[in-house]
Design a protein around this ligand. Sequence first.
Ligand code: SF4
Length: 231
Amino acid sequence: MSASISSSNISAAEEILTAGLQKAADKNVGMACSFSVEDLVVIDLLRNIAPQVTIFAIDTGRLHEETYGVAEALLQKYGLNIDWYLPQTEALQQLEREKGLFSFRESLENRHECCHIRKVEPLGRALAGRTGWITGQRRAQSTTRNGLEGIEVDEAHGGIIKINPLIDWDDERVWTYATDHRLPVNRLHSQGYPSIGCAPCTRAIKPGEDTRAGRWWWENPENKECGLHRR
Ligand code: SF4
């Protein structure tokens, strides 16, 4: 293990996970996986301290092939079956028939509509009946995440517990852990994609750009969330 990812860094994340799970009564807690490198770190930590936690993911229908490849690699590495949630067929058919396949580029309202149908509504179903959920979010990822706490009460999802164990990790810590533990990171990361979402709404970034500059790059930075993490 390298010096930059000391055991105390890992302990802090494990302590947040353990305390968060206790606060959620350790019942029916799910981990939301978008197959980011952060999510892979959290999944690896969970394998050791809370393997009972369900790992779920949302298949928006617009993910990169490389992202599906990560899901397959997790199956190979851990025997991990993902609990997939898909958009409602009727809502998706109506959207595509009425507005086409790229309406999200036309306005913020249209983008939110697409994110709601493809992500937010399925997330609501994924969280229904849960006492808590776990994410790989970090404060350093963007201006929209400055106010994150390690353990939060998620009022937007019925007051369940939201656990963000990597809250204070920086890029170096995340990547050192991923390398040390040979995590099956998305190949797009090495092609200039630090943050990966749906294929048509994600681009590679240029040197010096913010790590989330490639997400919905045509919008202002304060809008760069999809509604999954309302605060
Ligand atoms: S990220 Fe883009 S394609 Fe994916 S749900 Fe949001 S608007 Fe739609």
